[in-house]
Write a protein that binds this ligand. Structure first.
Ligand code: ATP
Ligand code: MG
Length: 223
């Protein structure tokens, strides 16, 4: 499909929720009836293990979600175009590093989104990531804040918005301890909330709604 969008979630800083974002965006996309392929490019294989139902040699593997398939970069890179053309979105989870291999991988993407937390070092490191994305000739879809905690971050985010301007996405992903709980159960956050029958009030579902909003912002940006 000419319309298959290849979306990278990338930041060379570790632990800024790249993998968490890929998992939960994949879930949001499939809810919108989109076919999604998740490609784990990180040798840590967090994402690959998360979606794994049965390990076998086929290049594209099923997950517990009908419209989400998954694979690793090693398997993906040998796929023929026709094997990926039925996917609406291909989501790539990347390792926390900038290497020649990573440069080569990201050059394949249509667009890259950069998650960050609002720590000093993460903010200071952002220019290096965005410069690298530009250097590889890939579109920067935007930067989004993850693990946002209003009591710590509300002033910093205002400063941050002044610096990044329109490159900072509208969606902010809040900190929520349920992220870890859901990952422990091997479920995307919304699937976990549904399984636990968490009442759908605005506060408890804030994190789910935020990932939904992020998916909408990305879909809008990909058009
Ligand atoms: N919104 C959130 N609220 C609370 N904890 C979160 C949130 N998002 C992610 N986490 C936790 O933060 C940790 C890092 O997340 P994750 O593994 O997704 O980051 P990463 O950028 O992929 O890391 P790496 O650079 O090692 O690949 C995990 O323990 C995850 O459960
Ligand atoms: Mg990761």
């Amino acid at each position: 499909m000419e319309n298959t969008k290849k979306i990278g979630i990338f930041n060379n800083k570790g632990g800024v929720a790249k993998t968490t974002s890929v998992i939960n965006l994949a879930y949001s996309f499939q809810k919108k009836d989109k076919n999604v392929l998740v490609v784990d490019c990180d040798t840590q294989e967090n994402c690959f293990s998360f979606f794994m139902t049965s390990r076998n040699a086929s290049p594209i593997l099923p997950t517990d979600y009908e419209k989400i398939s998954h694979t690793t970069w090693e398997r993906y890179k040998d796929l023929a175009e026709k094997e990926i053309e039925n996917f609406d979105y291909i989501l790539f989870d990347l390792p926390p590093t900038i290497s020649d291999e990573v440069r080569q991988i990201i050059r394949n993407f249509d667009v890259i989104y950069v998650p960050t937390i609002l720590g000093e070092f993460e903010i200071a490191g952002l220019k290096r990531v965005t410069d690298e994305i530009n250097k590889q000739g890939v579109k920067l879809g935007g930067v989004f804040v993850t693990m946002y905690q209003a009591h710590n971050d509300s002033e910093i985010i205002e400063e941050f918005r002044k610096i990044l301007q329109e490159r900072l996405m509208k969606t902010v992903i809040p900190y929520s301890k349920t992220v870890r709980e859901s990952q422990k159960e091997g479920l995307p956050i919304e699937a976990y909330f549904r399984e636990k029958n968490v009442p759908q009030n605005k506060n408890s579902w804030k994190i789910v709604n935020a990932y939904e909003e992020l998916a909408n912002e990305i879909i809008g940006g990909c058009k």
